[in-house]
Design a protein around this ligand. Structure first.
Ligand SMILES: Cc1ncc(C[n+]2csc(CCOP(=O)(O)OP(=O)(O)O)c2C)c(N)n1
Length: 344
């Protein structure tokens, strides 16, 4: 009798074309947005750029699976400054990122006061992004504790870079999430793009994989995936989220990804010849005959027109009024002793 050969299911078929097309559209939108931000920083239409071109595959896959909302019944997000694609996949408007880049008063994340890609969205539990790296792994402990105590399937999601894992905050998060007295439902994510500014991670990391840090903790799962592949990332995130939601315990997911424009505008923000997750994804879609060159060109064109129109609109918007400089500094309002005008 002939043996039955088992054919592994194609993950692309498993995910389905509707989701794949949605993922692709969002990846393109995120890339077009980031490239516009870079142009703005180079043309004096903003001050400093830092962002996530290269992280679109993993971040769109993540943003689409967040349990979105406000309060402990929903996921909390403690993000770093390369997470624009997560926000877009959650439903954020690209124009709001352009507003923060141009530092106009209508920037909903910081009223024109913070660097670009430093989000804060109370209605989606996106806690303010800090330019100080890795502190997000410490604040994640707090919402993790709240969710461990509440009767909910919601989790805390925290992401950061490879370099930052040398900081104590990363290890505090590992230790606190694994306390036998109160394990925490925290999905710890490290996007390993191979560099911390100009320091190669191969010179800094004695551990084979960053996800190997879980070995010190009894039963904590750790996994390293190809963060340039949206489909592999999607299923890995799904599995990790399901584990945290159900077991109420932590998981460490490391994603290997490209850094396509270097660290930030401070390092020049020029295109680096690394693997491009969008180009690779498009090759897969075309190979299967699910998209052709013409439909891809239309998607890029549509998104470029959308971002261009948003940029033109933002250029017409006002900057914050000087007298608003003290707003939102103290929750109880400005103390009488503070100068309200100039530095007198
Ligand atoms: C506490 C702290 N130390 C140093 C810096 C300066 N700094 C900004 S980004 C960065 C590199 C971070 O590298 P990595 O964690 O790999 O993340 P990536 O930027 O590559 O995504 C450093 C050292 C900072 N912002 N905060």
């Amino acid at each position: 009798m002939a043996e039955k050969t088992s054919v592994a299911a194609d993950p692309y078929e498993l995910l389905g074309r509707d989701t794949l097309f949605r993922v692709h559209e969002l990846m393109v939108k995120a890339r077009v947005l980031e490239e516009r931000l870079i142009k703005m920083s180079k043309s004096g239409d903003g001050f400093f750029w830092i962002g996530g071109p290269g992280e679109e595959a993993f971040n769109v896959a993540l943003g689409l699976q967040v349990k979105k909302g406000r309060g402990v019944e929903n996921d909390f997000l403690h993000l770093h400054y390369r997470s624009s694609a997560i926000l877009l996949a959650m439903g954020a408007k690209p124009i709001d990122t352009l507003r923060q880049m141009r530092t106009v008063a209508g920037d909903p994340y910081s009223k024109g006061r913070n660097f670009v890609n430093h989000y804060a969205v109370p209605e989606w539990n996106v806690v303010p992004v800090s330019p100080t790296i890795e502190t997000q792994y410490s604040t994640a402990i707090g919402t993790g504790i709240a969710q461990a105590r509440a009767k909910t399937d919601a989790i805390t999601i925290v992401n950061g870079g490879d370099g930052g894992t040398a900081e104590g905050d990363f290890h505090s998060c590992l230790v606190w999430s694994n306390r036998p007295a109160l394990p925490l439902p925290v999905l710890m994510i490290v996007i390993n793009n191979g560099y911390a500014i100009s320091t190669p991670s191969r010179d800094q990391h004695g551990e084979r994989r960053i996800s190997d840090w879980t070995k010190a903790f009894d039963g904590m799962p750790g996994r390293t995936v190809n963060g340039n592949d949206p489909v592999e990332s999607y299923f890995a995130i799904k599995e990790a989220m399901a584990y945290c939601r159900k077991s109420r315990r932590p998981y460490l997911l490391e994603a290997l990804a490209s850094r396509l424009y270097g660290h930030s505008s401070s390092s020049g923000a020029n295109r680096i010849p690394e693997a491009d997750c969008i180009k690779e994804f498009e090759s897969q879609l075309m190979r299967r005959g699910w998209m052709d060159q013409q439909s891809l060109e239309q998607i890029w064109q549509r998104n470029m027109e959308e971002i261009d129109a948003a940029h033109q609109q933002v250029k017409q918007e006002p900057f914050p009024a000087p007298e608003s400089a003290w707003e939102d500094v103290f929750s109880s309002g400005l103390p009488d002793s503070y100068p309200t005008k100039g530095g007198s």
